[in-house]
Design a protein around this ligand. Sequence first.
Ligand code: SF4
Ligand code: SF4
Length: 425
Amino acid sequence: MSASLERGLDRFREALDADTASFFATCVRCGMCAEACLFYTETKEPKYTPIHKLQPLKRLWWREYTLLGRIAAAVGLSKPVTDAELSAWSELVYDSCTLCGRCSLICPVGNDITYMIRRMRDGMAAAGHAPPGLVGATRRAIELGSPMGVTLATLQAQIRHQEEATGIPIPMDVQGAEYLVLLSSMEIVNNAEVIGAVARIFHQAGITWTLASDAFEATNSGIQIGVSELAKEIVLRTVTAAERLGVRAVVSPECGHAYMALRWEGPDLIGRPYRFEVLHILELLDRLRAAGKLKLASTFDLPITFHDPCQIVRRGGVIDAPRNLLNLVATDVREMHDHGVYNWCCGGGGGVSASGRAEELRLTAFNKKRGQIEATGAKVVATACANCRMVMEEAIDHYQMGVELKGLTELIADHLEQETPEVAA
Ligand code: SF4
Ligand code: SF4
């Protein structure tokens, strides 16, 4: 057995905690998780059934931790998990799973398949079977602080452009600011207008905020690749900066899994509670709305729908805030069928969009979202995740759907009253 396979199988054994063992033991093989997964519904290939994606991990559990399995192994009726098998499963664990959580929501016995896929990725990465695109992104996140290799100099150049465009200074490393705002590399590179949008909204609302030069990146590639040690290192970077600056809250940007990683998994990863609150940007904007601090000058009047990012809505619990904000600014809001916690993934979450080899499958899986969007008749899709936005823009272009994408933060900023109060010192 190679050293990497041995390492991977050891990580599988560590993943087999009481939760995982009880999930495997209670699966009634009803197949309902298949109909919950866009990779199955859009291909009808049985191999994309969520629980099947866990087969090597399940087999190791059965062989080594159940009486029947141990007897079968002893008499040669059960074969050990091989490197070739893990290699074949790499596509199922990485390319055809966005960690969207829909299967976990639907499973009638409450099996958290998404949690198990995360745990299985840990062993797959240790065995050398993570996709090269995701391995590269994780390495850049650790070495350079950003999965896309975005440096502080790049951010500073984008900040200068946004300061020129808005006339509002964008604060960096301000001790004692109320809010530390994080950004995703995707926003900095593809969509830097969101930095100006945040500056305009916060300036009008009169709240103090800052970026941190040593922790501006929200993306957590460690979560996507499934390696907890790396995920912890990335979370700690933000925690250290937030505590050094003494902020009241850290604001997670329009990025799905960044919010999940920092808000819901971070304290467990670092082994202690935070000394600050974590808010998704939409949660903060909704608080400003409720406090009467979002003053709009105009409305958005084209038919618009909202794509619920899985990690923010289904798994993150931010359900009402985007709808409150959309209904504030838009006059013709159309909900998709299966919206909110039942919404379907864009097909590119959980690191799938970082894996070049997954592109064709991702575009096929997008047909689920395409049907949802087209049924609304909306001309514009708003969302709150830069990754969803990039994945959907590419697919909408591919299928020539003639629909425009908008970030909700920018949509609000575009309709603000121009007159702005002075920012408090
Ligand atoms: S939905 Fe749950 S019980 Fe049914 S096959 Fe999938 S994991 Fe098993
Ligand atoms: S988490 Fe989402 S993409 Fe992954 S298996 Fe479950 S339903 Fe499919």
